[in-house]
Design a binder for this molecule. Structure first.
Ligand code: ZN
Length: 291
């Protein structure tokens, strides 16, 4: 299958966010040159630029700043369940039991500092055929204000730990905290040739109280290739998300009744992860510091 996410290799090798910023500046300058500088000739392109930038930053499935996988391009009745913010020592093992019971596989976007603490849970997860994705080291809600170097540290620290556990040279899928992107995040991801994944269905499991509502919301909308956002962990220490343990069996039962199977993000994407050499974290950090 073609690799739809692959970036264009332009001579300057600019990331998509920088090409967007350059194009916006060029359109604004062109408008001012053609119509003379006025509130309208500058305001219209700047307003459009601000709207697009806001969309790129705040809409997790936007690809304006960086190519982002939202759903797999498949006609097969396969979907990817994804679990964020773990591993959690109480919830994740119970999630794994439920997935095993239903012969389902999933992708876990882990927070690096929890992965380090609960390695045994993640080792079990890998043994059982699931996939580990990178969800940054700290999961700070302020990460989107970081420089490219700051994003790089968060990405590399978690990514290197995952690669050491999977014995793989491949960069795992990356999902930024809260799904937010920025030009700096795009530069860091571009430098590492990361594959970034969002979701097509948000289960609302973080604020719903009724597991049936969560399950119906997912199963009622499901289509081939969907990527579903769920949570097995909490970004705050010592907090758990037990609702998933009631909702997950209902979701898996509903999927089976509709003939769907749950696989990993890599499988549903049809994407072969880039076979780049293991990035040298120290070199990348030095490059980031220079840029
Ligand atoms: Zn998260």
């Amino acid at each position: 299958m073609a690799r739809p996410l692959r970036r264009l290799d332009l001579p300057l090798n600019l990331c998509r966010a920088d090409r967007f910023l350059l194009a916006s500046a060029a359109v604004t300058a062109g408008s001012a040159a053609a119509f003379g500088p006025s509130a309208l000739s500058l305001g219209i392109p700047l307003g459009a630029w601000a709207l697009l930038l806001t969309d790129g930053v705040f809409r997790p499935d936007s690809s304006i700043l960086y190519p982002t996988l939202v759903r797999g391009r498949t006609d097969r009745r396969q979907v990817a369940l994804t679990f964020d913010d773990g591993p959690d020592p109480e919830v994740t093992p119970a999630v794994l039991d439920i997935l095993a019971e239903h012969q389902a596989r999933a992708t876990f976007f882990v927070i690096g500092r929890y992965l380090e603490k609960h390695r045994a849970v993640a080792e079990r997860l890998l043994r059982e055929g699931h996939e580990l994705g990178n969800h940054s080291w700290h999961h700070s809600h302020f990460q989107n204000f970081y420089s490219a170097a700051g994003h790089g540290v968060e990405i590399d620290r978690c990514g290197e730990l995952i690669k050491s556990m999977t014995n793989s040279q491949l960069e795992p899928w990356y999902r930024p905290p809260v799904g937010l992107k920025s030009p700096a995040m795009a530069r860091a991801a571009h430098k590492r040739n990361l594959n970034v994944a969002a979701w097509s269905i948000h289960s609302r499991d973080t604020f719903a109280r009724d597991p049936h509502k969560v399950a119906n919301g997912v199963v009622g909308r499901i289509r081939p290739g969907d990527i579903v956002l769920l949570h097995d962990g909490h970004e705050r220490d010592q907090r758990h998300r037990p609702l998933i343990l009631q909702a997950l069996p209902l979701i898996l039962k509903g999927l089976r009744e509709r003939g769907f199977e749950s696989v990993t993000v890599s499988e549903v994407s049809g994407e072969t992860l880039p076979a780049t050499p293991t990035p040298n974290a120290a070199r990348l950090a030095a490059d980031d510091a220079r840029s």
